[in-house]
Design a protein around this ligand. Structure first.
Ligand code: SF4
Length: 180
């Protein structure tokens, strides 16, 4: 029987959720025996297979039009979509930006930061993605499984992925989730 295909990508986050995935340590060997790991930020393939994957995983909130495209492609190509980590589940740390206007955020990031010299300016190009309010993944595309945590605990990630790999929906209990 073919192994289930799994793909992942990251949006507006810090990569910590993928680092937590790697924190499953030697169990990654078992996971790779169970699944066909396709496009991920840590493999060479960068887009989920056009013919689709069984499980798609997204880390990070949705911060701009490029994130929206990545989320929509992952949703369209995944039978089951997992929101991994607080940023994907409810916006997390990046969503703190929503308390400010886009102009205030850009000015702070590109002009007013203490390490920016007097030539600092807000980048402007039609090729750049347009920033938006930071949103959870489910605000843009339907999500099937939520794994909260910042980052989610490696044991919880391993449990969820190994259940999915064996064709079962993970039954995440509240006491399994470590709210960091
Ligand atoms: Fe980073 Fe935490 Fe967001 Fe994961 S949930 S991307 S660890 S800030």
């Amino acid at each position: 029987m073919a192994k289930p295909k799994v793909a992942s990508d990251w949006l507006c986050g810090c990569a910590g959720c993928h680092m937590s995935l790697l924190d499953i340590d030697e169990r990654i060997v078992k996971l790779v025996e169970l699944v066909d790991l396709r496009a991920t930020p840590i493999t060479d393939l960068k887009h989920p297979d056009a013919e689709g994957v069984d499980v798609g995983i997204l880390e990070g909130g949705i911060n701009n039009t490029a994130n929206e495209e990545v989320a929509k492609m992952m949703r369209a190509r995944s039978k089951i979509l997992v929101a991994l980590g607080d940023c994907a589940v409810f916006g997390g740390v990046p969503a703190m930006r929503n308390f400010f206007t886009l102009e205030e955020s850009l000015k702070r990031g590109y002009v007013e930061t203490e390490s920016t010299d007097e030539e600092g300016k807000i980048p402007s190009s039609p090729e750049l993605a347009k920033m938006t309010r930071v949103r959870a993944v489910h605000e843009v595309v339907p999500v099937d499984i939520y794994i909260p945590g910042c980052p989610p605990d490696a044991d919880v990630i391993f449990y969820a992925l190994s259940e999915l790999a064996q064709g079962r929906m993970p039954d995440l209990k509240t006491d399994q989730i470590k709210w960091n």
